[in-house]
Design a protein around this ligand. Structure first.
Ligand code: G4P
Length: 528
């Protein structure tokens, strides 16, 4: 295998969670371990929100929420770790879905107090769809949370994954005493804000030892014995292979803000998380160790520097070695392109790089040539598949407020939808332009950006649709007939794929029942 050493030391992953579960705090602790930031213990989680990861866009500064996805690279114990940040706000979850296509594994943070929430469920669906290996971190054990068994059951049931506890907490909230590592058979007592040193672990090879009662008290020792017996009975043995296949998720308990349980998880992560894997394209599977470079664009970000209207395309390197100033083939537009300033990221600061290897994510300056899902190769014509797009939840008609700026509006909306900010549909019978988004906030982003970047004023008119379904059929005629008959409720997406716009679940179910020859899809592949 080519570049074996480089590939084997890389781990590319994302942390996903419901907002406020502790993703930023955990990210910060990882960066501290990796030496990527120096202010040990002193940096508050909201500082990293403000200064490091995600305030690229003006609108985000105004609202103080995470709009962007950025990449943080750090070294830890001879591994090169690429951590892809995901926006916490639910209105930007399409961004997160796509980021999940660029990683090899995921750490899921669950708040021990609030448990699983709606957004986490959707994100896990994408992981399950792609069989992405997941490690679960149950955070905020220093607060009075749910019963530990109940929370595991809730995660398993809600997220449809099988868990395997690696550590087990002794109480929670003000009685939280620490965690017992079920596999390494040692105990780590809770201390706030420290790094784990070897001497912090007390080896307890047999839970029946009196030592345990002396350290944590008889009552808690007995409870721990009982819990661990139950866990061993219910959860059995952990198997790395099952984790790598995305079938079993190891679970750690801790407290990110107190830096407790974080290093243990990071150590397990680097030992079991997958290095870059082979990926599917429309023609064949492409493996990282292949001689020739290839990669795909999973995110496009505009306005990195508010003074310029530049765009940065985030590319995941999938095979071979990417080199600065070398010509690569842009498969979709069938052109050769080269990049003189490819960037690697550390939060907001960016460094020009000479080369990059599979697993790396680099930023390429783009003047409008890229769309989400585009593939670059060294000549071979294939494109990476498995990049999903989901039905939006809110639909609005785009209304031009300034007829003199029609061209700017058209260009702006094309480019913004290429970036994946929203989905654009054209309704049959009237050619109405319909913008579909996951959340209201995106409409504000679009309106703001169309005006500030393209000088085009627009407004939105609410439409009574509830879902867009992509339609396929083996019987072309039947599909044509359906689209003609349902003109008011049908149209096409940006790539000309037919869609049905349902007014309600009832309408949708009725159409599905009445049209057995037509398939209604709730998600679509960006590259088909
Ligand atoms: P997010 O990125 O997932 O949205 O969450 P973030 O890390 O910003 O954490 C959300 C809040 O939870 C923060 O409090 C953070 O300090 C707190 N937090 C994170 N981990 C723990 C933990 O282990 N225990 C406890 N008790 N709290 C935790 P905040 O008040 O919103 O912000 P801040 O002023 O503390 O920064």
């Amino acid at each position: 295998m080519k570049f074996e050493k480089e590939i084997n030391r890389r781990k590319t992953f994302a942390i996903i969670s419901h907002p406020d579960a502790g993703k930023t705090t955990l990210t910060e602790k990882f960066l501290l371990f990796g030496g990527a930031i120096q202010t040990a213990g002193a940096v508050k989680s909201n500082k990293i929100k403000k200064h490091a990861t995600s305030d690229f866009m003006e609108i985000e500064r105004q609202r103080g929420i995470s709009v962007a996805t950025s990449v943080m690279t750090f070294e830890y114990k001879n591994h090169l770790i690429n951590l892809l940040d995901t926006p916490g706000h639910k209105d930007f979850s399409e961004d997160t879905y796509r980021t999940l296509t660029a990683v090899d594994s995921v750490i899921l943070v669950v708040d021990s107090v609030n448990g699983v929430e709606e957004q986490t469920r959707r994100l896990m669906e994408v992981c399950t769809m792609r069989a992405t290996p997941v490690i679960v971190f149950i955070n905020k054990m220093d607060r009075d949370g749910k019963n530990r068994f109940d929370i595991l059951e809730e995660i398993e049931k809600e997220l449809k994954i099988t868990l395997h506890p690696m550590t087990w907490p002794i109480n929670s909230g003000k009685d939280f005493k620490g965690v017992y590592d079920i596999h390494k058979k040692n105990l780590r007592l809770f201390t706030a804000n420290t790094k784990a040193n070897d001497e912090d672990f007390v080896a307890i090879s047999n839970l029946q030892e009196d030592k345990l009662d002396k350290i944590i008290g008889e009552k808690d020792a007995n409870q721990l014995r009982e819990d661990v017996e139950l866990i061993e009975g219910v959860y059995g043995q952990v198997n790395d292979n099952e984790y790598l296949k995305g079938k079993i998720a190891p679970v750690f308990f801790g407290s990110a803000i107190n830096n407790f349980g974080v290093q243990e998880m990071l150590d397990t992560f680097i030992s079991i998380a997958p290095t870059p894997l082979c990926r599917k394209t429309n023609t064949r599977e492409v493996c990282p160790g292949e001689e020739k470079f290839s990669g795909f664009i999973f995110k496009i970000h505009a306005n990195l520097d508010p003074k310029h209207r530049d765009r940065i395309a985030f590319m995941r390197v999938c095979s071979g070695k990417f080199e600065r100033n070398k010509y690569y083939h842009h498969v979709r537009i069938d052109k050769d392109v080269r990049f003189s300033n490819p960037y690697a990221f550390l939060a907001r600061s960016k460094d020009v790089i000479e080369d990059a290897y599979p697993g790396d994510v680099i930023g390429l300056f783009d003047t409008g040539n890229f769309k989400i899902g585009d593939t670059l190769s060294e000549g071979e014509n294939f494109y990476y598949i498995g990049i999903p797009t989901f039905s939006p939840e809110i639909f609005k008609e785009l209304v031009n407020k300034d007829p003199m700026k029609t061209k700017q509006l058209e260009k702006g909306i094309q480019q913004l939808t290429d970036e994946g900010v929203a989905q654009l549909f054209t309704q049959f019978g009237g050619n109405r332009k319909i913008i579909g988004c996951v959340g209201e906030l995106q409409f504000e982003v679009i309106q703001y950006r169309l005006l500030h970047e393209y000088g085009a004023a627009c407004e939105f008119r609410h439409l009574p649709f509830y879902k867009a379904c992509w339609l396929t059929s083996k019987d072309e005629k039947k599909l044509e007939e359906f689209l003609r008959f349902k003109q008011q409720n049908s149209g096409e997406d940006k790539d000309g794929n037919p869609i049905y716009l349902a007014q309600s679940e009832w309408f949708l179910n009725t159409e599905i029942t009445n049209n057995p020859d037509i398939e209604f899809h709730f998600s679509s592949e960006i590259n088909k």
